[in-house]
Design a protein around this ligand. Structure first.
Ligand SMILES: [Zn+2]
Length: 122
């Protein structure tokens, strides 16, 4: 029941964000990854990092709720990186971190940056 609700919140957040990651603003896929692979001509393994996930702005372990106000859509890579740390950054600090890495060209391999370069609007 709870998982279904989280899925709904994830999809709502994805639609709200035009299926762009909250942190890196790269496009994401939801449900079936094959159209995404076909559209960008990337491998399944590469596409996995762009899977849409529900990201709790305030982490669950800090009392963050499964609510529309607390859920944004983030790609698997950004979400995973935030929570891989021993002490995860706040969502705002993580956004700054991802932004820095993007600016330094250290977020995506060059060939993937090229694939998405024409689509990125920021
Ligand atoms: Zn991302």
């Amino acid at each position: 029941m709870k998982a279904k609700r989280l899925k709904t919140l994830r999809i709502l957040a994805g639609v709200r964000q035009s299926w762009r990651c909250h942190y890196c603003w790269f496009p994401m896929w939801e449900g079936d990854l094959n159209p995404f692979i076909a559209r960008y001509g990337i491998s399944k393994r590469e596409a996995m990092r762009f899977q849409c996930t529900a990201e709790h702005v305030r982490a669950r372990c800090d009392g963050g709720e499964d609510s529309a106000a607390n859920i944004v859509a983030a790609c698997r890579a950004c979400n995973g990186l935030r929570h891989r740390r021993k002490k995860p950054l706040s969502a705002d600090d993580h956004a700054v971190h991802v932004g820095k890495r993007l600016a330094e060209g250290r977020w995506l391999p060059a060939h993937l940056r090229a694939v998405f370069a024409k689509e990125r609007r920021c």
